[in-house]
Design a protein around this ligand. Structure first.
Ligand SMILES: C[S@@+](CC[C@H](N)C(=O)[O-])C[C@H]1O[C@@H](n2cnc3c(N)ncnc32)[C@H](O)[C@@H]1O
Length: 320
């Protein structure tokens, strides 16, 4: 299986937390280069099945080289998993896994435009067959919109200045390359207020990428979809790499979680608790010290896992 090359984070913890039954049907919403898919398949019996998604045509092409009858790849955003699985005749799954963000092959390819470390076209789309590129978005968004995105998705202190510089610059010539955007941001951020540990364009690139790929809405859509697809006892496992995403997963499990901590299931639910709880046993798993030391990408990763309850909660969890 030479198509699998990506070094996956939490490679032991994530498949272990996800797979509760080897003959089950699982979804990997973020195939990438299949690091996690391979480890999930290793845990499955011959009757098990894995359906993977990726919106990136290059990831999908890599997945198509996998010859395993238990494996299927779908080129679609993971927020559309319910419809896509429906097309395959699948209405119930035993686990949904997401390892969100960009993959190393995406970041390291200058042509994809994700990184200010290389000069390339200002694209940043994960799906190169659809949607607006970063250059197109920066050419049409208002200064307020750009500043809002940089502040909200990049927590950029100089969002207004950078947005103003983009709007000023595009009056004369559109921004076309990653190098042009990186230099523009650098010139807009005051020298004496730069973060020594980070390139001044880091936050801008992150924010524009999140906007162009609608990453937070995608994540919210996938969590809701997974909640509706999982069989009782099935698990939802999500790895995220920054606090914006992790907060969405955490709040989702809080909102859909059932009132544990000693509440009597026969009594009416207190205000604020979900009337029809979906998930139980939410846990947060961090990489080991050894992994954080050996793999820089793992350092900021957080895995959150929870288990689907029966649809109408009776005070019992586990399989119906
Ligand atoms: C961090 S990588 C996954 C790496 C993978 N777990 C591995 O071990 O190789 C994230 C992948 O998810 C894909 N992706 C991100 N957001 C997506 C979305 N909304 N729908 C489908 N795929 C998405 C990206 O194209 C990328 O290939």
């Amino acid at each position: 299986m030479s198509a699998f090359v990506h070094l996956p984070v939490l490679s032991q913890e994530a498949p272990e937390a996800l797979v509760s039954r080897p003959d089950g049907l699982y979804v990997d919403g973020t195939f990438g280069r299949g690091g996690h898919s391979r480890l999930i398949l290793e845990r499955l019996a011959p009757e098990g099945r894995l359906i993977a998604f990726d919106r990136d045509p290059e990831a999908v092409a890599a997945a198509r080289r996998i010859e395993d009858p238990r494996f299927t790849i779908v080129h679609a955003p993971f927020s559309a998993m319910a419809d896509e699985l429906g097309r395959l005749g699948v209405a119930r799954v035993d686990g949904v896994f997401l390892d969100i963000g960009v993959s190393s092959p995406q970041i390291d390819d200058p042509e994809r435009g994700f990184s200010f470390r290389f000069d390339g076209p200002l694209d940043m789309r994960m799906d190169t067959t659809a949607g607006e590129t970063a250059a197109e978005w920066l050419a049409r968004a208002s200064a307020d919109e750009i500043a809002g995105v940089l502040a909200d998705y990049g927590e950029e202190r100089f969002a207004r200045r950078i947005a103003a510089a983009v709007v000023e610059r595009r009056r004369t010539a559109p921004l076309k390359t990653t190098g042009e955007l990186a230099r523009l941001v650098e010139s807009a951020v005051p020298k004496n207020r730069r973060d020594a540990a980070q390139h001044p364009a880091t936050r801008t690139f992150q924010a524009v990428r999140i906007e162009v790929n609608h990453e937070l809405d995608e994540l919210k859509g996938a969590l809701e979809a997974a909640g509706g697809l999982l069989a009782p006892g099935g698990r939802l496992a999500v790895i995220s790499f920054h606090s914006l995403e992790d907060r969405i997963v955490k709040r989702f499990f809080e909102r859909t979680g059932h009132p544990e901590r000693g509440l009597d299931p026969r009594l009416p639910l207190p205000a604020g608790f979900n009337a029809e709880p979906w998930f139980t046993g939410a846990r947060r798993i961090l990489p080991s010290k050894a992994e954080a030391e050996s793999n820089p990408r793992a350092r900021s990763s957080v895995l959150r896992v929870a288990e689907r309850t029966a649809r109408a909660w009776t005070g019992e969890t586990g399989r119906a």
